[in-house]
Design a protein around this ligand. Structure first.
Ligand SMILES: [Zn+2]
Length: 233
C-alpha cells in the first residue's frame, strides 16, 4: 500500500493516478498542525482549513492565510491541500487528470454531507471518474457511540443503522466510521482504490488519538503533486 516512507510521511501508491500524490503523516513526523504553522513561508502552495466538523467544502484557490472555516478543499496543482486528523477519517478524492480534494470526515461531517458536497463540487469543476483514498481513522474496536448519534449519521447517508453498528473491544456499541464513508462514497459513484484500515486508537506507536489517548497533536493527509519533493521532507 505504501510507496515510500520518509521522516514520518507515508505516501500511498496510486498507480495510474499519479497526477497527484496522497500522503499521511505519522507520529514520528510530529504535530502536523505545528509543522504547517512553522513552515508557512516555505510552503506557499500548501493550503488548509480551520476545521469545524461540518460539511463545507472550499475552493483551494480562495484560501489565503489565515485559514478559513471548512472541512473539505478541492483544488488542482500546483496547490497542495491538507486536512488534520487524529481519529476522524481523512479522505482524498482524485480524478487522475489533476483534480483532487481532501476531506476531514468524522461522523458530524458525514451527517453534514461533507463527502457528497465534495464530490458535487469536484464534478462541477470538471472532474469525471473519481477515485477515493481512505486514510487511517478510529476503528469500531475503539469508537464507543450512542444509538441516537448513530441513527443521525445513518439517516444522513441513507443507510440502515445496523450496517454501521459494531462492538468496541470492551463490548459496548460502536460506530464503524470507515464503513459509513465507504457506503457514502459507493452511493456517490466513487471507487475506493486505497483503504488504509489501521485504527488510530490501536496503533499507538504510529498515530495520535484524541479519543483513546487524549492527545492534542494531529496527523495530516496531504494531497498534491510535489509531495515526494523536498518541501515536505
Ligand atoms: Zn482500535
Amino acid at each position: 500500500m505504501l510507496l515510500a516512507g520518509c521522516c514520518g510521511l507515508e505516501n500511498y501508491n496510486l498507480a495510474g493516478l499519479d497526477l497527484a500524490q496522497v500522503a499521511i503523516t505519522t507520529r514520528s513526523f510530529g504535530d502536523a498542525r505545528q509543522f504547517v504553522r512553522d513552515n508557512r513561508a516555505r510552503l506557499p502552495e500548501l493550503v488548509w482549513l480551520n476545521q469545524i466538523h461540518g460539511g463545507l467544502v472550499v475552493d483551494g484557490t480562495r484560501i489565503k492565510p489565515p485559514p478559513v472555516d471548512g472541512d473539505g478543499i478541492v483544488a488542482k496543482e500546483p496547490l497542495m491541500v491538507a486536512v488534520f486528523v487524529a481519529d476522524c477519517l481523512p479522505v482524498a478524492l482524485l480524478d487522475g487528470l489533476g483534480n483532487f480534494g481532501v476531506f476531514h470526515c468524522g461522523w458530524r461531517g458525514l451527517a453534514s454531507s461533507i463527502l457528497a458536497n465534495g464530490v458535487c463540487e469536484m464534478r462541477r469543476n470538471g472532474a469525471k471518474t473519481l477515485k477515493g483514498v481512505l486514510g487511517p481513522c478510529i476503528g469500531p474496536c475503539c469508537y464507543e457511540f450512542s444509538p441516537e448519534d448513530l441513527g443521525i449519521v445513518a439517516k444522513a447517508i441513507q443507510v440502515d443503522p445496523s450496517i454501521l453498528e459494531a462492538k468496541t473491544n470492551w463490548g459496548t456499541l460502536s460506530f464503524d466510521l470507515r464503513r459509513a464513508a465507504t457506503a457514502e462514497l459507493s452511493r456517490l459513484g466513487v471507487e475506493i482504490v486505497i483503504d488504509d484500515s489501521r485504527c488510530t486508537g490501536c496503533h499507538e506507536r504510529l498515530f495520535y488519538s484524541a479519543r483513546i489517548r487524549n492527545e492534542s497533536q494531529r496527523m495530516a493527509m496531504i494531497v498534491g503533486r510535489s509531495l515526494l519533493g523536498e518541501s515536505i521532507n
